[in-house]
Design a protein around this ligand. Structure first.
Ligand SMILES: Cc1ncc(COP(=O)(O)O)c(C=O)c1O
Length: 450
């Protein structure tokens, strides 16, 4: 056992953190030699290519030997240009070869910068009132203060709301707990159509953008929108001159079985924020991709993008991202995510047989399930019981890392588990994961009924 540490602040005070000794493929080992399956892609979806991919650190090391930092106010670097070209060549829909990319460091900065870009674009176009970014409840766009104001995950925002100007929210697209108590498709996509009310209520002249995750990550544990949802969103945004920002921090680059999550709906966003799979945790890199004419509007006015951090477009990060995307393409990981992800979702359905499981959902290799105290009424467990954490501890003891989430019910209650193993995972490894999930579920039922 590792010694207790008194100087490092970690995420929780009440958890004894084992130390990682090494990692390879879908597995990690701690310093005691215990092996864990990385069932949540690092901490929620980061390690798509898996652990220990030599090509990525080798590319980073080669770059670091040449130079590892450059003064970005005065120089560019070839890796930045190569990466932007590479992203343009795989961008979704009408963004393909018709976009430019701004590089930053974390997913929270990417969504923040996406919102800044929307704002600056309208200011430069003379529509200076446009400043509101409409978001959704049960959405997570990051942890910096503005990202929190756009996010709708109450447990992570409540203590901060007095510190920022809150942004309006509409209902999520979440059939299991439909805000309007309707059923798809008879609902006629009311959850999408309410965006029009929200825009008109705020005044279209004040609304800069709408932001949404194609498949909601930690706030809904892999909650995909239904077919038709984003098509309606796109039409409403176009009608009122509102930019559509797709937060693809979790979903981009293959996670959902398509290169981009939004491709499942066949619409093109104006701006995309991405991060996690861009470097899969080998180095922190994030990006904002936007249509050429948005950036060209700024360029024509010589309006420099008012954002940026010291380590933006870090050259080591650029080298890592290029190698990561090449790896995803070379090893057909998007297709593997589609095929093995579908198999995973099918196997997960067996969890519905357990008393506390109310729903199983997902897209590609991004899946989740939800606990309920009562299957019929869908009543959640009391949040203070921290049911998802308890379950996650049971899988962890058995050598499987799962990601516990909560908040599907009014942002606080509603326990869920998000699972997003690396995109290299095989069907046999999914079977291995399922054995541990069933074993943990049996143990959980005993504890829950005791
Ligand atoms: C959809 C989404 N957007 C933004 C973020 C923020 O990314 P980061 O944690 O890298 O700041 C996350 C993180 O989990 C996310 O899931």
């Amino acid at each position: 056992m590792s010694k207790p540490n008194e100087t490092a602040v970690q995420r929780r005070w009440d958890w004894h953190y084992p130390l990682v000794a090494r990692a390879e493929g879908i597995y990690l080992w701690d310093t005691e030699g215990k092996r864990y399956i990385d069932g949540s892609g690092g901490s929620s979806v980061a390690t798509s290519v898996g652990h220990g991919v030599k090509e990525i650190p080798e590319a980073m090391a080669r770059q670091a030997q040449d130079y590892s930092f450059y003064p970005a106010h005065a120089f560019s670097n070839p890796k930045l240009l190569e990466l932007a070209d590479l992203i343009a060549s795989i961008a979704p829909g009408t963004l393909r070869h018709n976009c430019k990319t701004w590089m930053t460091v974390t997913g929270s900065e990417a969504t923040d910068d996406a919102a800044r870009l929307a704002r600056q674009y309208w200011v430069v176009k003379g529509k200076t009132q446009k400043h509101i970014i409409i978001g959704r409840w049960q959405a997570f766009h990051g942890d910096n203060i503005f990202a929190v104001s756009m996010s709708g995950l109450s447990s992570r925002r409540r203590i901060y709301t007095s510190m920022f100007r809150d942004m309006p929210k509409v209902a999520p697209c979440f059939c299991y707990r439909c805000y309007f108590e309707k059923t798809y498709p008879e609902c006629n996509l009311l959850c999408a159509r309410v965006l029009e009310d929200a825009i008109c209520q705020a005044g279209p002249e004040n609304v800069a953008a709408f932001i949404a995750e194609p498949v909601v990550g930690s706030a809904l544990a892999a909650g995909p929108a239904v077919d038709g949802y984003f098509q309606v969103i796109r039409q409403i945004c176009d009608k009122y001159d509102v930019l559509f920002i797709a937060d693809e921090v979790m979903t981009a680059l293959g996670r959902t079985g398509k290169m981009w999550g939004i491709e499942h709906w066949g619409v093109t966003p104006d701006i995309i924020a991405l991060s996690k799979s861009l470097t899969c945790g080998y180095y922190p890199v994030a990006a904002v991709v936007a249509r050429n004419d948005i950036w060209e509007t700024l360029r024509a006015a010589n309006a420099h993008f008012r954002a940026g951090h010291t380590l933006n477009a870090s050259v080591i990060g650029m080298a890592a991202a290029i190698e990561t995307i090449k790896y995803i393409l070379k090893h057909n990981l998007v297709e593997n995510a589609r095929v093995v992800g579908a198999y995973f979702l099918e196997q997960l359905q067996s969890l519905r047989a357990y008393r506390p499981i109310g729903d199983v959902r997902g897209k590609g290799m991004m899946v989740g399930f939800e606990f309920v105290a009562d299957k019929v009424t869908k009543a959640p467990f009391p949040p203070e019981k921290e049911i998802s954490r308890l379950f996650s501890e049971l899988t962890f003891e058995r050598g499987l890392i799962t990601y516990p989430c909560a908040g599907t019910v009014r942002g606080v209650a509603g326990d869920t588990i998000l699972m997003a193993p690396p995109l290299i995972t095989t069907k046999e490894q999914i079977d291995e994961i399922m054995v541990i999930l069933h074993d943990s579920m049996r143990a959980f039922e005993q504890i829950a009924s005791g």
